[in-house]
Design a protein around this ligand. Sequence first.
Ligand SMILES: Cc1cc2nc3c(=O)[nH]c(=O)nc-3n(C[C@H](O)[C@H](O)[C@H](O)COP(=O)(O)OP(=O)(O)OC[C@H]3O[C@@H](n4cnc5c(N)ncnc54)[C@H](O)[C@@H]3O)c2cc1C
Length: 406
Amino acid sequence: MIEDRYDVVIAGAGPAGLVAGLLVARAKLKVALVDPLFKEKTGSGARDDARTIALMQGATRLLKHLNLWSVCENSAAPLWRMRLIDRTERFLSAPTATFDAHELGGDPFAWNVPLTLLTNTLQRSCRKAKNLTMIGGSIDHVETTDTEVKLSVDNVSGQISAGCVIAADGRNSLCREAAKIKVTNWSYPQKAVACSFSHSLPHENMSTEFHYPAGPLTVVPLEGNRSSLVWIEKPDVADEIHQLSDTDFCARLAHQMDFVLGEISKATPRGLFPIHGLTARQFAKNRILLVGEAGHVLPPIGAQGLNLGLRDAALAAELIDDANSANEDIGSDDIMLTFDRRRRLDIFPRTVVVDLLNRSLIHNFAPLQGARGLGLFLLNNIGPLRREVMQRGMQPLNDVPRIMQE
Ligand SMILES: Cc1cc2nc3c(=O)[nH]c(=O)nc-3n(C[C@H](O)[C@H](O)[C@H](O)COP(=O)(O)OP(=O)(O)OC[C@H]3O[C@@H](n4cnc5c(N)ncnc54)[C@H](O)[C@@H]3O)c2cc1C
């Protein structure tokens, strides 16, 4: 039986929801974090995930503020250089482009962290947090009123209510539906195979992205002579790669990468991810703020998805904290409008760029191929343009949530 009133309820304990939970609890608000995950009796309560996440500077700063970065850093690798290699073998192919974070000053582009480690670290911290209650179950009903949001959780009798809800319940978000927020949904004829592996040659902290006609194959450095892989292919080819024996998989991967990392071995279990796109038409409404994949899903190109999700979580917590400190309503229309306006400036342009990059590979449409080739040529040869694009690729130039600023 639960019958309780919280300041904030967070639906979903993926990485975006866990960060939102920690930040709201730090602001001394009473918060409930609800996910069916907490029902599972699997020790840590986290799911194993084949993905790694390239966390950009804002995200690592946020983890430092939460005193969690040192745990992640031990198993993370810095990403100093990136190269894009065209393997489309089309009439208008692009030159190889390389980007070096040293051009921008002190920090690497990103740190590559195993997603399971990140999620476990966040979850452990949530368990210790004051003001934060973890509830195991799926939210199955949400009702918004002028003054609060009421929710029920399956298998748990009673209701919980809150002044506002952070919806971090993933791409099929029930809370988003309850807020009456519409979405634009699309899919690509692609699936991604993800895992990590060992290689005989050093990666030198450089990620390599091979652009094939079916999609990119990206390898990102991990600790030592290990890297992570996101290999995007046509669905039937991805299914086949996913099913290969470990030996055949390693041999095929080494060949597909022209042996740039030498021989491949010790691949971890592979994950398979259909490639979708989704954008909410509004990012907050009716006391419900969308965070992470509840608000946006992008193809895994340019490491944007969770970095955006963490900026959503940080801004939601900041606006709620500010309103509470000023004794204002934490679910007011003003907050919904501010969150929506500020997040759309970050999310929409990135969604469009990632979509265009992906389509420029999979569609054999000469003007699009030409634009990609010309763009990469210009980036290779014009330093100020390249530096501007590198900066903007990592995070917005302004309007970064306070906890992610230097
Ligand atoms: C191959 C691949 C590589 C990627 N690499 C990167 C990268 O390098 N950098 C990057 O920034 N991003 C990357 N991404 C994107 C990133 O993985 C996602 O953005 C991120 O994992 C989504 O996290 P989330 O917390 O928003 O959602 P999820 O992890 O999907 O969490 C949603 C949670 O909500 C819960 N839930 C669902 N319904 C309910 C309900 N009714 N009630 C309660 N709980 C509910 C679920 O159980 C789940 O735990 C990659 C994606 C892929 C596919």
